[in-house]
Every structure is written in C-alpha cells, then in structure tokens.
Ligand binder design. Structure first.
Ligand SMILES: C[S@@+](CC[C@H](N)C(=O)[O-])C[C@H]1O[C@@H](n2cnc3c(N)ncnc32)[C@H](O)[C@@H]1O
Length: 229
C-alpha cells in the first residue's frame, strides 16, 4: 500500500522539530549517543536514519561520500564500519557543525571530512568515491515551493530537482566500478525518480526493502542502486 502525506502535515512535524522546547540535545540510535543541534534533521524524526545507516553497503577499506549528512549518523557509522575516507556534506551549515561534533564524539574526525556544499559543488573536480549515498528528502512538492527553513530542505524536494541533480552529477564523482545509492521510502515519488534516472541513462534497482511500524502507519524504506544502462 502506498501513502502520500500532505505537505502541510509534514510542515507541522518540522515546526515542532524547529521550535519545540522539549527537544533534547542528544538521541540514542544504533547503540550510540548522538549530539543533536537545533535546526538539523533529527535522526529519530522517523526510522529513516536508523534504517539507512544499518542498510547502506559501506565500502570497507574504501571511500564514501554522503550527500545531506544531517546529524552525521550515517557518515560516522561509515567510518566506524571501516571506510578509510568519508566525506560528509550538507547544504545546511548547522548540519555541517552537527556532523563534525558527532565525528569528534565518536573518535573518527581523522577520517570524516565535513563540507558545507550544495550537492557536489564544494568537491574538487577530480574527487572520486567508491560509494555515494543520499538519504533523500522524499516529499515531492511543486517547483517554486518555498524552502523557508533549513529543515524544509531536509524533507521537501521541489520538482525533485535535488534528486535529479544528485543522479545527473554523480558520474563525475564515482570511482571506476563505484556505486550510487539512494535511500527513499514508499512516500516518495518513484515514477519521477525513475524518469530522472532514465534521463541520465541509468536504471534503478531495489537493493533492500525494510518495513517499520511508525505511530499509526507502516512505513516502507527502499535502498536503491542506480546503474549505468
Ligand atoms: C532526509 S535528511 C537526511 C539527513 C541525514 N543523512 C540522516 O539520515 O539523518 C536530507 C538531508 O539532505 C540535505 N540536503 C537537502 N538538499 C541538499 C543539497 N542540495 N545539497 C546538500 N545537502 C542537501 C538536508 O539539509 C538534510 O540534512
């Protein structure tokens, strides 16, 4: 079964995550304690962070690029799982600081580089990674929808332009034989995503499907891999 959420319902959750004075400054996930900065996508807002962090096939001994690192749970987990070099980037400066704090907290600052970047823009033109991953803002909204707060960019993707840029730009930063992964859910718009992959000459494979009961609904998370055709 597929559910679609209204942007208003999502925005209400965001308002609480931004201004709720009951929000703690840390959370526990995957058996570890994580620092949470206000204005950053909380790793416990849904099960997405936990599901993706434990589902990504990390390139042990290799390099990992995470787009949209948020609190840094996935990038830090990648470093702890044996990636020798991790680049974590986010368009939200608060997320950059939050990821740096969590890399420090878990003793992996030496192999987690954190960048403030809109998609791949802050990377050098020759930088290549064994695996590139993004836990995407899967809520589709029309082009022109205003991303009025940092958290809006964490959950809304106007026209799916962010995901289109993610897919189209990846080939410039994938090592030979590298893997392009994308974490989404059944609330996302797969048809639109597949159309952008098609435009970029790629096909989408469902690597893992994970179902979680969340409050009143069952959410289904999808780990996708994009392959050159
Ligand atoms: C669903 S959140 C995931 C956060 C974190 N990876 C996690 O799993 O908890 C999506 C993240 O993508 C970031 N983001 C959105 N658009 C971006 C862009 N154009 N470039 C870089 N990061 C972006 C958001 O700021 C947000 O931190």
């Amino acid at each position: 079964m597929t559910f679609k959420e209204s942007p208003e319902a999502v925005a209400q959750v965001l308002r609480h995550a931004l201004v709720g004075d009951d929000l703690p400054d840390s959370f526990t996930l995957l058996g570890r304690e994580w620092t949470l900065h206000r204005g950053v996508f909380p790793g416990t807002l849904s099960a997405a962070t936990e599901v993706m962090a434990s589902t990504v096939p990390y390139p042990r001994g290799g390099s990992f690029l995470e787009i949209g690192c948020g609190t840094g749970v996935i990038s830090v987990t990648a470093a702890l799982a044996g990636c020798v070099s991790v680049t974590a980037l986010d368009i939200n400066e608060k997320a950059v600081a939050n990821t740096a704090a969590n890399a420090e907290r878990h003793g992996v600052s030496d192999r987690v580089r954190v960048l403030h970047s809109d998609m791949y823009t802050a990377l050098g033109p020759t930088e290549r990674f064994d695996t590139i991953f993004w836990n995407v803002p899967w809520t589709y909204v029309e082009d022109g929808f205003s991303l009025s707060t940092d958290l809006h960019s964490a959950v809304f993707d106007p026209g799916y332009q962010g995901q289109a840029r993610y897919i189209a730009g990846a080939h410039e930063h994938l090592a030979d034989g590298g893997r392009l992964l994308l974490g989404t859910a059944d609330l996302g718009d797969r048809e639109r995503l597949d159309a952008f992959a098609e435009e970029a000459g790629m096909r989408v494979e469902l690597l893992r499907r994970v179902r979680r009961i969340e409050e009143v609904r069952v959410m289904e998370y999808h780990m996708l891999e994009l392959h050159a055709k």
